[in-house]
Design a protein around this ligand. Structure first.
Ligand SMILES: NC(=O)c1ccc[n+]([C@@H]2O[C@H](COP(=O)([O-])OP(=O)(O)OC[C@H]3O[C@@H](n4cnc5c(N)ncnc54)[C@H](O)[C@@H]3O)[C@@H](O)[C@H]2O)c1
Ligand SMILES: O=c1ccn([C@@H]2O[C@H](COP(=O)(O)OP(=O)(O)O[C@H]3O[C@H](CO)[C@@H](O)[C@H](O)[C@H]3O)[C@@H](O)[C@H]2O)c(=O)[nH]1
Length: 307
């Protein structure tokens, strides 16, 4: 859309091949202030979109300090360097995991934030650090609380590739592709329509557009703000499995397993604030399309970006 883009990533879970050729790429760690200072000296940065983080809920339960170090400390280092270079806009990948077990569905931005896992806690702390950096240094932020991001770029060129993969839809599709023997659904004794967890899946292309709108919102001189980003539809884990069977035409063997520690029962967004304030108009509300796009990426990249 005509923006000049600089990407910084340590490639710990990311892939060089996922970076568009038109963007400049710097390999380095967001916690490394020397690296950031060199980057901010070399490039004329006006706005920062901060995605870098660890984001696997069960891993954060086992190793919380890894999450507070990479995520929360990473934010401190970044804001310090932004402040030194007088960069005043940051768009941040926050998460539905900041809410914890919701008191009401759909979840509004004003609802209580009581994370049930260290990952969500690390991100909530990052939001608070941005708030106080706004008060003290005038760095304006938009925290985008993503619900479950899924799908792939609709032309099949960019998609999810984690090793090991833990997210439900790509795990289901690895099973459909014969790369796993079976799917294990983590718990069927929740207080939901069929006993399995319910999540709100938002297409990655809709999510990307919300970032552009959030950046323009800050460029227009608006105040710091927090927005939910979800499709506002809830699908149970069993429903995702059934939808994936329909999309792929594969049997997809599955079994029930025990609950996964740290999982809230149901997460569904009220995204009306993003629609009203950012004028966000998500194009995808059908989970079949989300799964179809993820499957399209999968069959073109059976081994991820190695293909
Ligand atoms: N996928 C989801 O459903 C979801 C939902 C809510 C929030 N989020 C957030 O969105 C962001 C992107 O998530 P994703 O699913 O694409 O995960 P991902 O692991 O694919 O992407 C994270 C990227 O950050 C990089 N990174 C991590 N730590 C870094 C560091 N210290 N320095 C430099 N680069 C670093 C990784 O190499 C990777 O490219 C994360 O902040 C995550 O918490 C994701
Ligand atoms: O093999 C699997 C993998 C997942 N699940 C379940 O599928 C659901 C979704 O899990 P997952 O895809 O791992 O996502 P979440 O744990 O819901 O977390 C995602 O969504 C959060 C916001 O809702 C983000 O903050 C996180 O970064 C992102 O990973 C949960 O009920 C899991 O228990 C299974 O049953 N079997």
């Amino acid at each position: 859309m005509g923006y000049d883009v600089v990407v910084a990533d340590n490639l710990e879970t990311g892939h060089r091949a996922a970076v568009n050729d038109k963007a400049k790429f710097y390999q380095g760690d967001v916690r490394d202030k020397e690296f950031l200072i060199k980057l901010f000296q070399a490039e004329d940065i006006t706005d920062v979109i901060h995605f870098a983080a660890f984001s696997v809920v069960p891993e954060s339960m086992k190793d919380p300090l890894k999450y507070f170090d990479n995520n929360t400390y990473g934010m401190i280092a970044l804001l310090e360097v932004m402040n030194n270079f007088d960069v005043k806009h940051i768009i941040f990948s926050s998460t539905a995991a900041t809410y914890g077990e919701p008191k009401q569905i759909p979840i509004k931005e004003t609802d209580p934030t009581v994370p049930t896992n260290p990952y969500g806690e690390s991100k909530l702390a990052m939001e608070k650090i941005m708030h106080w950096s706004d008060v003290a240094y005038g760095i304006k932020f938009v925290a985008l609380r993503y619900f479950n991001v899924a799908g792939a770029k609709s032309d099949g060129t960019i998609g999810e590739d984690h090793n090991p993969e833990t997210h439900l839809i790509p795990v289901v599709l690895q099973t459909a592709a014969g790369q796993r023997d079976k799917l294990t659904i983590f718990g069927d004794d929740y207080d939901t329509k069929d006993g399995t967890n319910v999540r709100d899946y938002v297409h990655v292309e809709d999510l990307a557009e919300a970032h552009r709108l959030a950046m323009e919102y800050l460029r227009d001189g608006n105040d710091s703000n927090i927005f939910n980003l979800g499709s506002s539809n809830g699908f149970s884990n069993k429903e995702i499995l059934e939808a994936a069977r329909e999309v792929t035409g594969k049997e997809i063997p599955a079994e029930m397993g025990p609950r996964r520690p740290g999982d809230p029962s149901t997460l569904i967004a009220d995204s009306s604030k993003a629609r009203e304030v950012l004028n966000w108009k998500p194009q995808y509300d059908d989970v079949h399309t989300v799964i179809k796009d993820a499957w399209n990426f999968k069959i073109k990249h059976m081994n991820g970006y190695e293909d």
